[in-house]
Design a protein around this ligand. Sequence first.
Ligand SMILES: Cc1cc2nc3c(=O)[nH]c(=O)nc-3n(C[C@H](O)[C@H](O)[C@H](O)COP(=O)(O)OP(=O)(O)OC[C@H]3O[C@@H](n4cnc5c(N)ncnc54)[C@H](O)[C@@H]3O)c2cc1C
Length: 365
Amino acid sequence: MPSRAGAKPGLRSLLPSNSMEFLENVSLAAYTTFSVGGPARWFGEATTEADVLAAVEFVRARALPLFVLGGGSNLLLSDEGFGGLVLRIGLRGIRQRFDGDLLHFEVAAGENWDQFVSLAVAEDCAGIECLAGIPGTVGGTPVQNVGAYGQEVAETVVGVRALDLQTEKFVWIPAAECGFAYRQSSFNTTERGRYVVTRVDYALTPGGAARIAYADLKKHFADRAGTPSLAEVAGAVREIRRAKGMFLVEGDPDCRSAGSFFKNPVVDLKVLAAIEASVPEGVVVPRYPAGDGKVKLAAAWLLEQAGFRKGFGEGRAGISTRHTLALVNRGGASAAEIVELSERIVTGVEARFGVRLEREPVWVG
Ligand SMILES: Cc1cc2nc3c(=O)[nH]c(=O)nc-3n(C[C@H](O)[C@H](O)[C@H](O)COP(=O)(O)OP(=O)(O)OC[C@H]3O[C@@H](n4cnc5c(N)ncnc54)[C@H](O)[C@@H]3O)c2cc1C
């Protein structure tokens, strides 16, 4: 059954031949971590693959657009809402099987990501411990190849089961065909909107060592004797994230966001040289190798240097007081206000450094 949270009184519902219910005019703000967004013309929650097929039949019969919703943690939904069917993915279940030395976890797309990380860590399986505390669903993780603290899911995803909306058949897409790159996959680029992910398989390493590659983590364990366990690393990541407002805590306005709003830009060395020439001598421009003669710049550093610091913004939309890259809804902000703020920042950074920042959350509507 779909959740009725956020549904307007007097809404109509339609029940097709199977058990799936389609609700009309459901406010979407409650389904996003930004807490913004107008109504969905239609809304349903799929708990089985048959429900996903029923939803596709529903939109085909009415010539409506379909939007697939996970945990709503990487979305900016317009104030006008969405004129088609918003299909929330609620499929549950986790199976495990050994493949050689690796333990494969076959995880239904509607499972909560952070709870799955906790399970893997409790089973002493390495590979996703640094991705603890990221909100959203399992099905959302391959879409932007989620990553944090020196790990990304591309390293452990074996493949994805999905409904191909072109053929209306379920398919298996091996990781090598997912087009994974930094915050990118074929699901959010070349094949955007083509697949409904129903399951993701991950290969984790039983008894494997925790990854401590990221500066914040190294610092956290600097005085610690011995090797930290997977549970200690996952716990440290959650603690660091909490301090930055990057761990969802009910009622904390710094958490009313979609995480980092801007991607770290990847630029060629000429752009880096121009930036270096524009800053006072001795100032080091943070950069990380990105292959192909390119470097990845720190978007947060660019914002700060261009005058957009933590707490920036006078209105209901602003920059988090704890994380420069997180735009937050301080309470009652509209999507338009958030877009306006983001455009002001993009323009300001481009004017200062000649680098145009790209938005990370998906814009809907
Ligand atoms: C506080 C905070 C911290 C965050 N930190 C990080 C971080 O460290 N690293 C990081 O990478 N991200 C981070 N994010 C962003 C976000 O949590 C991830 O991108 C997450 O994986 C999105 O999953 P979701 O289920 O919420 O997807 P949604 O936001 O619901 O959807 C995002 C996109 O994925 C598509 N999608 C979702 N599920 C499916 C599916 N089953 N099939 C097909 N398409 C689907 C949607 O259509 C949409 O295009 C953060 C967000 C917040 C709010």
